[in-house]
Design a protein around this ligand. Structure first.
Ligand code: ZN
Ligand code: ZN
Length: 710
């Protein structure tokens, strides 16, 4: 004790501070981080000082300092060795852990078990197995640890062999096997073991219920829960959480409500996990008012519960409320976590609110959470959906780790912005990074080819897709391929392609063909495609609108009238077109000929001015896009005030000169507006980004990124 090294006498580590005073044989350790004070007098107690010093170094992750103290410890005991070894394994320094382990003068079963567990934590099953076979004696923990190890590495057969060899199997070992089977999609084996086990505890039931649910057997999971109650087993809060999650998944509203009543009786409603599951359950059942009630009734609201509420609002398309929850949470001093940011950013995407998205991005950076893969993925989606593919790309390129969602988000985003080459570049990088593409990747690639009119590349990707047995070819893929063929003017080939499709074409596929007919003015194919759309989806207005526009552009007003009559006769209402601009968190919405905006006069003045300039530049309004039953002069007036132009007018009078304008539209932008906006971008010298129902158009200096086909 007298030989305490100098560096121990006073040292600091990030989370705890100690002052160790050596006073003869007595040592006083003051732990400021914890309020305890330990006073020790004898040499025996001295060992615990070494222990606590090493322990605290290990807690701070200062392994080398811990080792230095360890090396100076006079005859360290088994406990100290085991602690040091565990420290190395936790920090992935298996080699040093093993070296120390084999240097131990005596080893007990705890140290053997701990070394074996350390190997597994460091991902080395082989050494763990070697240690298991070297052990002079094994207890039930040794067996369970190695069985868990085999299960963790997917070596189910080896786990089974060992399980059968295990001299006395306790419930924990049985539970491990059930959990292992469930996590490797072997639900029937799990159930077989569950039925065979001599004694089931609450963990056995909960594992089985959760496993059933995760394997998609939600009904059976709920049935099992009823069986559990009948058997007299008392569920824990984890069981309730699993059951609520299952009920949420299949929107089993009545079941969930019954459970809720049960939870109130048992007094579980104030358990944070249970309340969170209840919020998620009601959000899934579209009963968001119940979510906020549960939230408000809770006294101990933590970040998880705030996030559940925020996510719930998002799930119910109440994105403004979701963002209110986010800001309220910050107001009361709760720090958002990764999931909070992910949900909040998803709501920004839902609102296409770039300003709020940027602001939340800033907060994530401050908290150091912007590099989290889930947060980054949401950022990529948010920037791209809000019309800023440049920032989406920057976020993506700065990511330190990426998953399939990251790659898909950037590929789909680039495709929707018409940046076909960029999308293909990302795909090449994805292949180089050895990430296996999935169905969504191909939707992105095919969309990219269609918007960038890359017919050959499109065929190539479709070929690649159909040859990949692991990916199911869905209607979306066929629709994309029809779109690619159609946009390239290969309308007959597209029609033929639909006919020989292995699955029956849905309305989405025929609509893709119909849209292509509009671009290439092919009435014959259009009529046939439209008929299929009418048959498949008799109440949707999309097919009627497209065909009517086609007739209008061909000047066939009688046919236009006929379609209008059909729509009226069948009770189909055309979806009204509207456009909006989001400025400083509020949405400014316009419909055609709208005069209700507070800045109305300024907007119309601006548009009149632009109208005159457009005329000077030789822009002749294309009457076919206006309502057909009004006089020509009036048509021109109507065209100038289509919703997207009002939105642009508003953006022009209320944003800084030179800044990018972002407009969203629920329908496709009309041909006349498209050519007018091209010129407007040149007149005002600003980039105008319009997202319509089909894609993003980037208007710059008199041109559009879509190359006039959309
Ligand atoms: Zn228009
Ligand atoms: Zn365009």
């Amino acid at each position: 004790m007298r030989n305490f090294p100098a560096f121990i006498r006073s040292f600091k580590c990030p989370s705890t501070s100690f002052i160790i005073l050596c006073n003869g044989f007595s040592v006083i350790v003051k732990k400021f981080a914890y309020s305890s004070m330990v006073v020790m007098n004898s040499a025996k107690q001295g060992t615990s000082v070494w222990n606590s010093v090493i322990q605290n170094y290990l807690r701070c992750g200062k392994l080398d300092d811990a080792r230095r103290v360890f090396d100076e410890t006079p005859s360290p005991d088994v406990y100290l060795y085991t602690m040091m070894i565990a420290g190395y394994s936790r920090n992935d320094r298996l080699y040093e852990a093993l070296q120390l382990f084999y240097k131990m003068p005596v080893r007990d079963v705890v140290s053997w078990n701990s070394m074996m567990k350390g190997c597994l934590d460091c991902g080395n099953l082989d050494i763990a197995r070697k240690i298991f076979y070297e052990m002079p004696e094994r207890n039930v923990i040794s067996w369970t640890t190695i069985i868990n190890g085999f299960l963790q590495f997917g070596r189910i057969e080896m786990a089974e062999v060992l399980f059968h060899k295990m001299p006395s199997k306790d419930t924990a070992a049985w539970n491990s096997m059930i959990f292992g089977y469930c996590s490797h999609n072997r639900i029937n084996d799990a159930l077989r073991f569950f039925k065979r086990m001599p004694f089931r505890n609450v963990i056995s039931w909960t594992t089985m219920i959760s496993g059933m649910d995760q394997q998609g057997n939600t009904d059976k999971a709920l049935f099992l829960f009823r069986q559990m109650l009948d058997s007299g087993m008392i569920p824990t809060s984890s069981t309730f959480c699993c059951v609520l999650t299952a009920s949420a998944k299949i929107s089993a509203f009545n079941q969930g409500v019954q459970l809720h009543a049960h939870l109130i009786k048992l007094g579980y409603v104030f358990d944070a996990f249970v309340s969170t599951s209840l919020i998620t359950f009601y959000a899934n059942c579209e009963k968001i008012e119940n979510c906020s009630k549960i939230f408000q009734e809770n006294l101990h609201i933590n970040v998880v519960m705030w996030t559940a509420l925020l996510t719930g609002y998002g799930l119910n398309n109440k994105h403004e409320d979701a963002l209110d929850v986010f800001y309220n949470m910050i107001k009361v001093g709760i720090l958002p976590n990764q999931s909070t940011f992910t949900s909040a950013l998803n709501s920004c995407s839902g609102l296409e609110a770039l300003d709020s998205g940027k602001e939340i991005h800033g907060r994530a950076i401050k908290l150091g959470l912007d590099e989290d893969v889930f947060v980054s993925n949401s950022l990529v989606v948010m920037y791209s959906k809000c019309g800023n593919i440049h920032d989406a790309t920057t976020v993506f390129n700065n990511m330190s780790s990426r998953n399939i969602v990251s790659w898909n988000s950037i590929i789909v985003g680039s495709a929707q912005h018409g940046c076909g080459v960029l999308a293909l570049e990302f795909f090449d990088r994805m292949v180089n990074a050895k990430v296996q593409p999935d169905g969504i990747t191909f939707v992105g690639l095919l969309t990219a080819c269609s918007h960038a009119r890359m017919l050959d590349k499109g065929r190539e990707f479709f070929d690649l897709l159909t040859r990949d047995a692991s990916i199911e070819v869905k209607s979306e893929h066929y629709a994309c391929m029809v779109d690619i063929l159609g946009r390239s003017g290969k309308l007959e080939e597209a029609e033929e392609f639909i006919k020989i499709m292995p699955v029956k074409a849905n309305s989405m596929v025929w609509l893709a063909l119909l849209s292509a007919c509009r671009v290439h003015h092919n009435l014959e194919v259009a009529k046939r495609a439209a008929q299929h759309v009418f048959d498949l989806e008799p109440h949707s207005s999309a097919g009627y609108t497209l065909l009517s526009n086609l007739y209008a552009s061909a000047g066939k007003w009688n046919d236009v009238s006929h379609i209008r009559w059909m729509m009226k006769h069948r009770g189909i209402v055309k979806q009204p077109g509207y456009s909006w601009v989001t400025l400083k968190g509020s949405k400014h919405r316009f419909v055609c000929g709208d005069r209700s905006h507070p800045l109305n006069d300024k907007i119309y003045q601006k548009l009149d001015l632009l109208g005159a300039k457009l005329k000077e530049l030789g822009h002749v309004p294309d009457q076919s896009f206006a309502l057909h039953d009004v006089e020509d002069e009036q048509k021109e007036v109507m065209l100038s005030f289509h919703s997207e132009r009002l939105a642009i007018g508003f953006a022009l009078v209320s944003t800084v000169e030179g800044s990018t304008i972002r407009v969203m539209k629920n329908l496709r932008v009309c041909g006349d507006c498209h050519s007018a906006i091209k010129l407007i971008s040149k007149i005002v010298g600003r980039e105008i980004i319009v997202r319509d129902s089909s894609r993003f158009h980037h208007f710059r200096d008199g041109n559009c990124s879509c190359g006039d086909q959309w």
